[in-house]
Design a protein. Structure first.
Lengths: 316, 552
């Protein structure tokens, strides 16, 4: 049985690796198809054709795309993310600090959003049909429907412009006290928690309701178990699989999808770096960012799958 | 002596999907004396489970106890708070569910669920509870009592789970145990072991019981008193002996008459039979899973089955769950193509897969499935459901088709007004009639009926069987009738094939001899409960045989 589980998990990891390869391929050729190239953009409109050709040759841009892809992939496997076309710095160095920022923001949001969503989702399921459930449902659906830039700009308007409690921009460099950290992170965290929680609340509620309606939960209630006991000990363990997947899907958004929030609050994260990279056709940078997002996404999904496998004694 | 349970004028309301409130229990009185076992008997929808659950102060979601009084051991369940009711549940009144397979939490070990009652009510230390559970496992004659609790529910068999559920109900020494159809999902040979275990434990401990069932014969073995219910009303109450021998109410008599032996009767058709068999099956092998090197599937559900059916005759196939009878039906119909063997219909070779059969062959051999609920498209009206085969096989259109649909509905004794309804608007028996009419629409020579009466109530099932016989007289059909229920098969079949573990073990012709020869057939036939209350106690089974063939 144990080997069977190990087999399942190896299988999941293997297919993740394959997905990653396909994605890297897609990303490379998608960026290669962008109109214009780095040489023309770097040298500006007034550049002579000779200068452009020279720069292309120097940057290996005149080589066939497959060769460049192979070169990049080999570098990637050795841990070398390449060199930025634009400022000749190693991409790893460019991304490094930004990546820490992104992960820090994602981590803080996770700390808030996951417990909040689980609590709201589970309690809404327990009191299904009650006024409480309806309020939670209306609010979550409302939040799903409102675009995040709307929430973010409204938050800025309220807390920075009118109330003047919080800074509108998040410069992480001039942090001196814990209080300042709180102030800087408050609004991005608040906005992102809103964005990612709604989905998790809905999915948790649905998964728990599914298991609450089973005969074994009824059997637990007929054993004299309180509602809390029946839900937490009997319904919830059987809902772990779908909930883990819902959480992973929502959190994966925090890795690459936060561009709007990063832009509005001027938060120095990876997503913003990638968008800057696109405007200068900085291929190594774009590719590295895309691969990082993909790895993050796959890691979360794979983790959720493994949790679901381990939570099911029929498979375990 | 004061009664343990006294229910007076109980009324329960249910809210329908449309938001309408309907009364499903209409003023029921019920008494249970200490140590007495009372059976609630009735068909589906009679409210027997609903009444039993109210004893625990519980109504299923969507239902509400609207009025009446429920007194359990001196406490009025109606006036107690939810917390106080929870204190009665499991401790004074406990519950054995219909399907233990569904009522055990799949993600927790069995022992943890069995002792949970003692944890909830803080009755005893964990080690002591475990010991008690093991002694109950032993009392319920479960194999390997020390170890079985450490497994997960999917790792033990259905019959064992049902006994484990009884142990779960008995762990806190309740005054009353509610059994909700606890053996309905089990095979007959397994049912006997479970019933015996229940009876022995209940008798020894002097616990009172409420036994909910639709099966009079099962109830006759275990109950002291029987309450007959229909449509949320009590029809008749009496001691087991009185009800069985001297039923007053017509409905009770109708239930009893379903047990009377019915003979096949019609031997006229047999005389007129032709020499060439209608269907011949030779060495059929079918199964599931990847195809192995020998060209056969990994799991062989049917192994080398050979059958022969003559025109106008009926063949019954019986066996317990997992014996391969449904797989056999599906491979005869070509839905699951056989991996080996020959099929001949009316002298012509029949391709193994339905895809390769000619339209004429498809028309001649129809199949009717067990669950009319899932085999009728819920989005189509009855008219569309019956019109489809008429167009497909006979190219009927317009008025001709309309007239034929009316004729078909008439044949299966359904009013023409049902034409524009959808399956959801019909009762279970009506749906099964539509399901059957759809097969008739093709004008087949042979209909394979896969457990078509199993999901129906006794009285309704008897009516469907009568319909089948009548259609046979009128349309000179042949049936292959697959069932786990011996009495149903005996009622309609000229020849009975007994299957065990994918193989045909014996063929019996009731007209010549009703006595089975093969040891498994003997065991199976003797396991069918009889109305005689002393049947279970008097039944003797060869332990060697039971060991070989019963895996529950």
């Amino acid at each position: 049985m144990r080997t069977y589980v190990l087999g399942l998990i190896t299988n999941r990891l293997g297919s993740s690796a394959l997905t990653l390869l396909i994605v890297s391929f897609a990303v490379f050729f998608a960026t290669a198809m962008l109109p214009g190239d780095t040489a023309t953009i770097l040298l500006g409109q007034a550049a002579t054709p000779e200068a452009v050709a020279g720069l292309r040759a120097a940057m290996h841009l005149d080589e066939p795309a497959f060769l460049r892809f192979g070169r990049w992939l080999i570098g990637l496997l050795q841990g070398d993310l390449g060199t930025s076309y634009v400022n000749n710095l190693p991409v790893a160095q460019l991304i490094g600090a930004r990546f820490v920022n992104t992960m820090r923001l994602a981590g803080i949001v996770t700390l808030f959003a996951v417990p909040l969503s689980l609590t709201l989702g589970i309690t809404a399921a327990m009191f299904r049909g009650s006024v409480y459930d309806r309020i939670v449902t209306v609010l979550t659906i409302g939040i799903i429907s409102v675009p995040e830039f709307m929430i973010a700009t409204s938050a800025v308007l309220l807390f920075s412009v009118y109330l003047k409690w919080l800074p509108a921009l998040s410069f992480t460099s001039d942090v001196t006290s814990f209080w300042q950290v709180l102030k800087i992170y408050a609004m991005p965290v608040f906005t992102l928690t809103f964005v990612v929680s709604a989905q998790m609340i809905r999915m948790t509620r649905a998964a728990v309701i599914d298991t609450i309606n089973t005969p074994y939960v009824e059997a637990a209630i007929l054993k004299g178990a309180s509602r809390w006991r029946a839900v937490l000990l009997h319904a919830l363990p059987n809902a772990v699989g779908p909930i883990a997947n819902a959480i992973a899907l929502s959190l994966s958004y925090l890795v690459g999808g936060v561009i709007i929030v990063e832009t509005i609050f001027n938060y120095p994260g990876v997503a913003k770096l990638m968008v800057d990279g696109v405007s200068t056709r900085d291929l190594p940078l774009i590719q590295s960012c895309a691969i990082i997002f993909c790895v993050g996404y796959l890691a979360l999904i794979t983790f959720a799958d493994i949790v679901a496998i381990l939570a099911n004694p029929r498979v375990r | 002596m004061e009664n343990l349970v006294e229910i007076r004028d109980l009324r329960v309301e249910a809210t329908t999907d449309a938001g309408r409130r309907i009364e499903i229990i209409k003023g029921v009185d019920l008494d249970v004396a200490p140590g007495e076992i009372v059976a609630l008997i009735g068909e589906s929808g009679s409210g027997k489970t609903t009444i039993a659950l109210t004893i625990m102060g519980y109504a299923r979601p969507g239902c509400r106890i609207s009025s009446g009084s429920i007194t359990v051991a001196g406490k009025d369940m109606m006036t107690l708070s939810e917390r106080q009711r929870a204190h009665v549940r499991g401790l004074e009144v406990s519950y054995v569910p219909q399907s233990a397979a569904a009522a055990f939490n799949p993600s927790k070990r069995i022992i943890d669920q069995v002792v949970e009652v003692t944890r909830i009510h803080r009755l005893m230390p964990l080690a002591q509870a475990r010991e008690k559970a093991i002694s109950l496992f032993r009392a319920l004659s479960l194999p390997n009592p020390e170890e079985i609790g450490n497994r997960y529910p999917h790792q033990v068999s259905g019959g064992q789970l049902q006994r484990l559920a009884a142990a779960m109900a008995l762990i806190a020494d309740p005054k009353l145990v509610i059994f909700d159809e606890p053996t309905t999902a089990l095979d007959v040979t397994t049912q006997i072991e479970v019933l015996r275990a229940f009876k022995a434990v209940m008798k020894k401990s002097g616990i009172a019981g409420v036994y909910v069932s639709h099966d009079l014969a099962v109830v006759a073995q275990i109950a002291d008193r029987i309450v007959v219910l229909r449509g949320g009303d009590v029809q008749e109450v009496g001691s087991t002996a009185d009800i069985l021998s001297d039923a007053k109410h017509p409905y009770t008599r109708e239930l009893l008459s379903a047990f009377e032996p019915k003979s096949r009767g019609e031997s006229v058709v047999v005389a007129a039979r032709e020499h060439a068999p209608l269907l011949k099956v030779n060495g059929l092998i079918a199964g599931y899973g990847p195809i192995q090197a020998d060209g056969l599937p990994l799991v062989k559900a049917v192994q080398e089955a050979s059958l022969s059916l003559e025109r106008g005759r009926n063949l019954g196939i019986i066996g317990e769950s997992g014996c391969g009878k449904s797989t056999l039906a599906r491979s005869i119909a070509g839905i699951l193509p056989a991996s080996a063997g020959q099929l001949t219909l009316d002298g012509r070779e029949l391709a193994r897969s339905a895809r390769q059969r000619s339209r004429e062959q498809l028309r001649e051999l129809q199949i009717v499935f067990q669950h009319a609920d899932t085999s009728l498209n819920p989005a189509k009206t009855i008219e569309e459901i019956l019109g489809r085969p008429l167009k497909f096989y006979h190219g009927m259109k317009g008025k001709v088709r309309d007239a034929r649909i009316d004729a078909l509905l008439d044949m299966v004794r359904l009013p023409k007004t049902l034409r524009s309804r959808t399956p959801a608007e019909l009762s279970g028996g009506q749906k099964q009639r539509v399901n059957f009419a759809r097969a008739l629409a093709a004008e087949p020579k042979l209909i394979v009926c896969d457990e078509i009466t199993s999901a129906l109530d006794t009285v309704v099932a008897a009516a469907v069987i009568d319909l089948l016989k009548e259609m046979q007289r009128e349309l000179s059909l042949s049936y292959i009738f697959i069932s786990h229920d011996l009495s149903v098969v005996e009622a309609i079949c000229d020849e009975i094939v007994v299957m065990y573990n994918g193989r045909k073990v014996e063929a019996i012709t009731p007209a010549i001899s009703k006595i089975p020869q093969h040891p498994y057939s003997k065991l199976l036939f003797s396991s069918v409960p009889k109305l005689d209350p002393g049947w279970l106690d008097g039944l003797e089974r060869d332990p060697e045989l039971v060991k070989t063939y019963v895996h529950g």
